[in-house]
Ligand binder design. Structure first.
Ligand SMILES: Nc1nc2c(c(=O)[nH]1)N[C@H]1C(S)=C(S)[C@@H](COP(=O)(O)OP(=O)(O)OC[C@H]3O[C@@H](n4cnc5c(=O)[nH]c(N)nc54)[C@H](O)[C@@H]3O)O[C@H]1N2
Ligand SMILES: Nc1nc2c(c(=O)[nH]1)N[C@H]1C(S)=C(S)[C@@H](COP(=O)(O)OP(=O)(O)OC[C@H]3O[C@@H](n4cnc5c(=O)[nH]c(N)nc54)[C@H](O)[C@@H]3O)O[C@H]1N2
Ligand code: SF4
Ligand SMILES: [Mo]
Length: 678
């Protein structure tokens, strides 16, 4: 006899509803939940592998401590006691800042992990927090702060938008970034049918294949395309009424983009002038322009901040920002922002850590790349990793490995073996997504404002414990209280912790959510224009000086030669499931290059090739395809056999966010050997 339980998948921002079939505590099947109001039965290969992943032998079951160089089994008391003594002594001798955290992708998908990590660090008094925020798309919160005064305001294309422009993102595979897009094809088709959907990508991506228009720009040149669009729309096509009422600094914006005329934009982007003119013409016809530039393609390159800024600018001057059929901004149902607003910030950072005071500290954390300097300087001696894999995240892989090895304590809280867990001194097994009650709080960037709360589907297996429990217990050993709302760590449940952390700002919404659990709760979208009352004089600051300056000094990408670009793959998330771990037909590391470039290098499809930047090289298979524009080479991230961090420098950083420049990098490709089996 089997039973089915309803929950949702947390491998990516799709947050698809799933039905999990159980035989006792064994997962025997997973299918899409057809009654789910958003995903309507949709799943991808990763979600369908939830059960196989849950049952996988590589999953972590018991705490392990490194003794004499070898990871050995320990009980929780032993592991936490050992860590308490080690970290306690360190804090006494070197101060609390010697204990740092790195919060990876899966600290976000565990509804209490990020908030509890913040509480843990606050309680011990350490400022040394780091997360994916500063190696992913820091331009998102940074530009939101400069333009709107809050890093957490996130305009997204309206489901009813008439003109959607996607730059450097491939939601057909990623299911969106700072955008939650389950059933991606349906939404993309909807946009294309409702008006127009244009995709800017050097690769004819799976998303471009569904679009009305596709522009294969030279990697790293998107800023020039947007500057040209803003310039032309300001000349003809702007929503004058909206601009007069809601936009501050439009003259400075116009002056900043003035040099980007058709000839200059065509030269930098490598596009035909006719393609650029057609794009602007289509925008003029449509009126409101919804631009989503939050993808890794645009955000990892040198122009990242400018691209994000000019996207806000394009949406603002066409009257799309915080408007229906444009780019609505949702406050988030549990954040209380719609009632209380936000304290308008000017985006000026605090100084970085002692070893790198020149790097900006923002949003309560240091830039993640600074970890390398901090560890090398001996300022950070213990690192607690929550749901992350630093070999995926950090540049300069050899330097990263050396830094991690030099730590006195590398505490990794994960669910499965990885290259980072193999370096751990203390490896602590967390509950997996089917074993914990959880909250999906990202209603502010979904197509519909939806919240989901789920019960655990099965009991935690072996000795796995919730992240909140691990951090609170470690806090106890260090003499500090980490639990929220006066909860007792021995008695509290996952749900108690979620309620204490997230239920306070909007108690009524929370009560609705608990009543409806585990189904999704839809909220009322706020009335368009709600942000106005909280902005100084009701306006967007559309020409922030740091960005105007950055645009003026940006060097265009080299017009000739190969440039490396990044790519996500459908059957894994970064390094997660890169080894398969239950996914059928797992992804393989392959560099895509154009037949012209392959021929020039004497490479045929399937050859083993070495791709190298100024910084380092990796070897992987070549996939020769005209899907990719000549001059671009698409290299996927997350494979231990070919860490892309080897190609990236730890010192070539964006000056405003300290994000390592990790895309649109000059690259060489050479053949190493014949295709396997030849
Ligand atoms: N299946 C799956 N889903 C994921 C992930 C995953 O690994 N696998 N990772 C998750 C994470 S951590 C993130 S951050 C998101 C990322 O989500 P996305 O940003 O959507 O990531 P990608 O799918 O790599 O899409 C990036 C696109 O940008 C293009 N590109 C590269 N360089 C340039 C450029 O210079 N200009 C332009 N215009 N385009 C360029 C690439 O060809 C690619 O099609 O996905 C999340 N979801
Ligand atoms: N050169 C280069 N650098 C990059 C990127 C790139 O494309 N190129 N991408 C950047 C981006 S966008 C990102 S997001 C980062 C990725 O950096 P990370 O987020 O650090 O890397 P992931 O590989 O996603 O690691 C996620 C980890 O979470 C674990 N995990 C999975 N589920 C759970 C769970 O339920 N609980 C817990 N506790 N752990 C879990 C997985 O096993 C895995 O070890 O790297 C950034 N750095
Ligand atoms: S798109 Fe796939 S991985 Fe993402 S939530 Fe849905 S089923 Fe899970
Ligand atoms: Mo990411």
């Amino acid at each position: 006899m089997t039973v089915e339980k309803r929950t949702y998948c947390r491998f990516c921002l799709g947050y698809c509803g799933v039905m999990v079939e159980l035989d006792g505590e064994t997962v025997v099947g997973v299918r899409g939940d057809r009654e789910h109001p958003i995903s309507q039965g949709y799943t991808c290969p990763k979600g369908r592998a939830l059960g196989a992943f849950h049952e996988h032998p590589d999953r972590l079951d018991v705490p392990l401590i490194r003794r004499d160089g070898v990871l050995r089994r320990a009980g929780w008391d032993e592991a936490l006691g050992d860590l308490g003594r080690l970290l306690g002594g360190m804090i006494e001798t070197h101060g609390a800042a010697a204990v740092a955290t790195y919060e990876g992708t899966y600290s976000v998908f565990d509804g209490s992990a990020a908030a509890m990590t913040a509480r843990f660090m606050g309680a011990i008094g350490s400022p040394s927090r780091h997360s994916t925020l500063t190696v992913d798309v820091p331009s998102g919160p940074y530009i939101a702060e400069l333009v709107a005064g809050s890093p957490w305001l996130t305009p997204i294309p309206d489901p009813d938008a008439r003109f959607v422009l996607l730059l450097g993102t491939n939601p057909m595979h990623s299911h969106g970034h700072i955008l939650s897009l389950t059933r991606p094809k349906a939404w993309l088709r909807h946009w294309a049918a409702n008006g127009q959907l244009w995709v800017v990508d050097p690769r004819r991506s799976e998303t471009a294949a569904v679009a009305t228009g596709h522009l294969a720009v030279r990697p790293g040149s998107d800023y020039a395309l947007l500057a040209y669009c803003v310039r032309e729309i300001l000349i003809d096509g702007a929503d004058r009424e909206y601009v007069a009422e809601r936009v501050a600094g439009v003259e400075r914006l116009a002056a900043a983009v003035e040099p980007f005329d058709l000839a200059s934009a065509a030269r930098i982007t490598g596009l035909d002038p006719g393609e650029l003119e057609a794009l602007v013409e289509a925008m003029r016809r449509a009126g409101r322009v919804a631009v989503h530039p939050a993808g890794t393609g645009t955000s990892f390159a040198r122009g990242a901040n400018v691209v994000m800024w000019l996207s806000w600018a394009l949406a603002a001057i066409t009257g799309a920002l915080d408007r229906a059929e444009g780019m609505p901004i949702r406050p988030g149902m549990l954040r209380g922002m719609q009632r209380t607003g936000w304290e308008v910030s000017d985006g000026v950072p605090e100084p970085g850590p002692p070893s790198r005071p020149d790097l900006p500290r923002r949003w309560g954390q240091y830039p993640t790349v600074a970890l390398l300097d901090e560890i090398e300087a001996g300022d950070v001696r213990a690192l607690v990793v929550v749901g992350g894999n630093l070999l995926t995240a950090l540049p300069d892989t050899p330097r990263t490995i050396a830094a991690l090895r030099s730590l006195e304590a590398l505490v990794v809280i994960d669910v499965v073996e990885t290259e980072t867990t193999r370096l751990a001194t203390h490896l602590l097994p967390a509950t997996g997504q089917l074993e914990r009650a959880d909250l999906d709080p990202v209603d502010f960037f979904g197509m519909r404002p939806v919240l989901q709360l789920t019960d655990a589907v099965v009991a935690p297996r072996a000795r796995r414990r919730s992240v909140w429990w691990i951090l609170a217990q470690l806090g106890r050993r260090l003499g500090v209280e980490v639990m929220p709302g006066g909860l007792d760590v021995e008695a509290a449940t996952d749900l108690d912790v979620l309620r204490a952390l997230h239920g306070g700002a909007e108690p009524e919404q929370w009560a609705r959510l608990e009543a409806a659990s585990p189904a999704a709760v839809l909220g009322e979208p706020p009335e368009a224009g709600w942000t106005r009352q909280f902005l100084p004089e009701g306006r967007w600051r559309i020409a922030p000086q740091p960005l105007v300056d950055q645009l003026a000094t940006l060097e265009p990408p080299p017009a000739d030669g190969l440039l490396m670009i990044t790519r996500r793959m459908l059957r894994k998330v970064n390094s997660h499931m890169a080894d398969g771990h239950g996914v059928r037909d797992p992804a393989r590391p392959e560099a895509e290059l154009h037949p012209r470039d392959a021929e020039a290098a004497g490479i045929v499809d399937g050859d083993l090739v070495r791709v190298g930047t100024e910084h380092g090289s990796i070897e992987l298979a070549a996939r020769v395809t005209d899907r990719i524009a000549p001059g671009a080479v698409s290299v996927p991230n997350g494979f231990a056999a070919a860490w892309v961090g080897n190609l990236v420098s730890g010192t070539d950083l964006d000056p405003l966010t300290a994000m390592p420049i990790q895309s649109a990098l000059p690259l060489s490709v050479e053949r190493v050997g014949a295709a396997a089996g030849e």
